[in-house]
Design a protein around this ligand. Structure first.
Ligand code: C2E
Ligand code: CA
Ligand code: CA
Ligand code: CA
Length: 282
């Protein structure tokens, strides 16, 4: 028993070492990924209750020259740790703004693109981030109009904000940028806390949406989130909708927006521009 125990420890150490080496290699490669043009954005449609696409969520993809496609979950946390997320995040915002101009030409001026923003981008570089996010409207344009971008921050991020950053978030709205609270339901934030911020959308985390088919507790949770959000003048986006049963329950409870593989996987900008406004999607 002792022998196999030692063996297990050694194997565990090897796994830890491999994971660490992999992480260091990725962080090193991340540094060159922007200038090497290895990132691109894909866009997932978000539909309203009528089945009309009103927004697209921009999601980053990394085509590594040797390792192939690496999903964001496997490099964003490292980029946040190393600080590279600031540069990557700035690239994401600029790329999304450029896409928005093209998307507007096809879908009209009310279409929006939402971008995921990391806590690091908000805390140390809030000035830069705000500057990047604004300036989409021409100076002559109506200042109160939406500028077309929605910022998605996670519930965890919101809870970690300091006073200064909180002001940045409020400043977003003055620039016509809307704010969505991502992964809602996973962070146990209190209602009183959320009410301190002017949040436009709650995004119900996909883990709850996916349990809608078979877990009663998830059904009541989604129902409660939707009615609570509406009382606080917020709209609700359900992410990760995969089945018709999930869709029907969400519609029954009055969910405002829907996103998930049931409608479409994330697609390229080229696909977005030809993705027709099919009113029969529900
Ligand atoms: P997220 O913001 O919660 O994004 C939703 C994720 O769920 C995306 O994964 C999307 O492809 C996936 N998804 C959408 N519909 C369905 C569905 O019906 N079923 C299932 N199983 N999954 C669905 P993705 O693109 O791999 O992104 C993972 C996470 O990486 C994102 O979670 C976000 O936290 C982060 N991320 C992605 N792009 C960026 C970015 O540009 N900046 C930052 N800071 N984070 C990003
Ligand atoms: Ca998101
Ligand atoms: Ca999410
Ligand atoms: Ca509001």
């Amino acid at each position: 028993a002792k022998k196999s125990g030692r063996h297990t420890v050694r194997r565990f150490n090897k796994e830890l070492k491999d994971a660490l080496l992999n992480k260091l290699a990725l962080i090193k490669d991340l540094r060159h990924a922007i200038c090497n043009d290895e990132f691109h954005l894909v866009y997932q449609p978000i539909l309203n209750k009528q089945g009309i696409v009103t927004k697209f969520e921009a999601l980053i993809r990394w085509r590594h020259p040797l390792k192939g496609s690496i999903p964001p979950d496997q490099f964003i946390p490292f980029a946040e740790e190393s600080g590279d997320i600031v540069e990557i995040g700035a690239w994401v915002i600029q790329e999304a703004k450029r896409a928005l101009q093209q998307v507007r030409a096809v879908y009209g001026d009310d279409i929006q693109i939402s971008v995921n923003v990391s806590p690091v981008q908000l805390s140390n570089h809030h000035g830069k981030t705000r500057e990047l996010l604004s300036g989409l409207l021409a100076p002559s344009d109506d200042e109160t109009r939406k500028n077309g971008l929605v910022v998605e921050i996670t519930e965890h991020t919101l809870m970690s904000l300091d006073d200064e950053t909180r002001k940045t978030l409020l400043g977003f709205r003055e620039k016509g940028i809307e704010v969505a609270l991502d992964d809602f339901g996973t962070g146990y934030s209190s209602l009183a806390y959320i009410m301190n911020y002017d949040i436009d959308y709650l995004k119900i985390d996909k883990s709850f949406v996916q349990k809608l088919d078979d877990e009663v507790s998830s059904v009541s949770l989604c129902e409660a989130i939707i009615s609570m959000a509406h009382k606080l003048d917020m709209a609700v986006i359900a992410e990760g909708v995969e089945t018709e049963a999930q869709l029907n329950l969400l519609l029954e409870y009055g969910c405002d927006y829907l996103q998930g593989f049931y409608f479409s996987k994330p697609i390229t900008l080229e696909q977005v521009l030809v993705y027709q406004q099919d009113k029969d999607r529900l």
